[in-house]
Design a protein around this ligand. Sequence first.
Ligand code: SIN
Length: 484
Amino acid sequence: MNNNIKALIKTTSYINGEWVASRKNTFTVYNPSNQSEVARVDDADESLVENAIIHAHAALSAWRSKTAQDRAKLLRVWYNLIIENQDALATIMTMEQGKPFKESRGEIIYGASFIEWFSEEARRIYGEIISPPSNDRRLLTLRQGIGVVGAITPWNFPNAMITRKAAPALAAGCTIVIKPASLTPLSALALAELSAQAGIPKGVFNVVTCSNSQMAGKLLTTHPLIRKFTFTGSTQIGKLLMSQTVSTVKKVSMELGGNAPFIVFEDADIEKAVKGLMIAKFRNAGQTCVCANRIFVHKDIYKEFTNRIVEEVKKLNLGDGMTDGVDIGPLISKDAVDSVDALVKKAIAQGAKVLLGGKLSPIGQNFYIPTVISDVNVDMDLSCSEQFGPILAFIPFESERQVIDWANDTIYGLASYFYTENYQRQWRVSEALDFGLVGINEGLISTVVAPFGGFKQSGIGREGSKHGIEDYLEYKYVCVGGLE
Ligand code: SIN
């Protein structure tokens, strides 16, 4: 391991600008590719997590009183350091998360783009002057950072899901306490180290590492000093955390599960759709909330399309993410592999047919062979649940009306994709789909400049874009009276 990487591997919480440990217990971070130990990380107890909240609160007033330009400059320095260290950060990510190195590097750049964007947006927070009801007063609104933010972030994007929250929070003048997933805390700690090098003041950006997610979740959602709570993860956990925020009436944003339809109409450009589906499905081995989950293909092109996909999937290289030429890494854990395998087995028992894969790979306990399954129907568990694995589940359809109804028939509403060369259909279908994100003839649509977020039980709020800062701001109405 080179010195650059070593210098970024930290193993305790980062609170108030210091590396602090509970010194009671540690938890181990394993490489999902081979189960080797990557690091032992201090397991923060309740008092340490609370300490982080208290320090974030103490740092708030000085951070908030900096000019937007000063906050922007510090964020920009942080961004530059991340870009300079992208290879080291990507290596750390691949070691703890498993995704292929080129994907990890892509995530570091994607993650950094949120810091760059919100460093620019910091200076574009505007209040307003309101026409008064009488001439003896003047009315205005100020936009101010809401206060201390509590954040819980997931293992599937250990960098970008932090920066997508922390960058707008800091730009708005908030301070933040982040609890990263205990499977992937090292990427979060490396970001903290670079925030320190960038000169972000003590207490503004804090990371607590702990294996007791329930304890940390309870504190971050109920502590009265936290004014906003944000979470990326499953819908089930999101609902629980959201219910806990009620007692202290926190502002909440949630980026939760998805069940993305990927629709290929009979008038689609097949090669474009093949390319789009390979990206929309296999990014991060299928472990993203926006991954294509239900592949609807018009019956007239169903056979041709599934055959083309089988040819492409056969070319995918499964292996350790640090090996050159690897396209798909391991799943995050053995439990993840078992749950994917159980979904596949159940679908087979219900009548679906395996065209490729459908089993565990012999190369390691966390590897699942990229799988293509046909004759799936909308009632199978495979269609109704978020798969989070490298499975392509094909469902034939007959008409536009039928496929829109099927696509929308889910509690989720995050991403959706469809392929058609007919421009009238492009408008019609994008308006009819009940999802926060719609990709037309594109399989990878996430970008810092567009709002990311779900309808229905996929979440609340939007991240990225000019809207992403809204969740971290309050309106303050000011009335200046006695002017006559
Ligand atoms: C996610 O799956 O949670 C995020 C994916 C993205 O930002 O594209």
